[in-house]
Design a binder for this molecule. Structure first.
Ligand code: ATP
Length: 277
């Protein structure tokens, strides 16, 4: 569904943001795109939806060149940007204006998501708070039912119960023929939501692994003493002892702690990456 090869991009000639970036993604999954501030996550998403063009290399999405911005392509891709700027119209008028751009738009789903987010459908967009606007746009994005759904920091502005609601709504509404990329540096928000992790660093994707592959190679556990753990790679002080990421040499079952994993990659990059080579 997405095939990016040797992509090089910079906003200015002297400063390359993405360099020889390769990425191949199949439909049927939710990918978490993680990276530090300024790593290039938004720039990558903008290439996938045709808002930025590579300096060199190729970017193909749903068998099309996003840079052509053909109507058939634009009907199948939706980017929910980090900051949402909405016109001064009612929610219903917004739907009347923008939903027709997406042939598969499902009105019932849209209003169902609004209800789940506790947003009144008869309100004006401008009278909503930032977090409420974000919820309307998340509902819109999901209701488009496009093949490629890109969300840039979707949980910014959502309170804690709404983040939980967000995870629930997303998890139940991505079909096998769809692909979703959620970009964030708030890695905790992706816990138990995504199928695969993409880490963007050093101008390229340095890690692309499914959650199952990660927990097959690494074990995440809480211990009282670090001596209890064979082959620890990374540890943090926890309420009771330590939270540890270790080599999963005994094939133990554990739950991926996204924040621990991301921190481990930041501080013990070579050791973590070598587990997957
Ligand atoms: N319009 C622009 N003009 C020039 N440079 C830009 C522009 N947008 C982004 N950049 C630069 O490109 C780099 C990557 O930015 P980008 O927004 O893609 O990162 P990001 O990973 O999404 O960051 P964040 O997590 O902070 O949102 C940064 O160094 C940023 O300063």
């Amino acid at each position: 569904m997405i095939a990016i090869e040797n992509l090089i991009f910079g906003y200015h000639k002297k400063e390359v943001v993405l360099e020889n970036l390769n990425l191949h993604l199949k439909p049927g999954g939710i990918y978490g795109l993680l990276g530090r501030n300024g790593a290039g996550k938004s720039s990558l998403l903008h290439h996938i939806c045709g808002l930025l063009f590579p300096n060199s290399g190729t970017c193909r999405v749903a068998d099309k060149n996003p840079a052509d911005r053909s109507p058939e392509f634009l009907q199948q891709v939706y980017l929910l940007p980090e900051d949402v700027y909405l016109p001064n119209v009612s929610i219903k008028s917004y739907i009347d204006i923008y939903a027709p751009f997406y042939p598969e738009f499902n009105h019932d789903l849209f209003f169902k998501f609004l209800t789940e987010f506790e947003i009144l459908a008869n309100g004006k967009l401008q009278s909503l708070s930032y977090g409420q606007k974000k919820k309307v746009m998340i509902s819109f994005a999901l209701a488009t039912q496009v093949k490629v759904l890109l969300m840039d920091e979707p949980t910014n502005g959502l309170d804690i119960p709404s983040k939980k609601q967000f995870r629930k709504i997303i998890a139940g509404n991505v079909n096998d023929d769809q692909l979703m990329i959620i970009s964030t540096h708030q890695v905790k928000d992706l816990d138990s939501l995504i199928d695969s992790v993409l880490i963007l660093e050093d101008k390229k994707i340095i890690l692309h692994q499914s959650v199952d592959q990660i927990t097959e190679k690494l074990v995440f556990k809480q211990v009282m003493n670090l001596e209890e753990v064979a082959a620890p790679i990374y540890s943090e002080g926890a309420l009771k002892g330590y939270a540890v990421v270790a080599v999963n040499s005994k094939h133990e079952q554990s739950r991926l702690d996204m924040e621990m994993f991301f921190n481990a990659v930041q501080t013990e990059k070579q050791q973590i990456l070598s587990q997957f080579n």
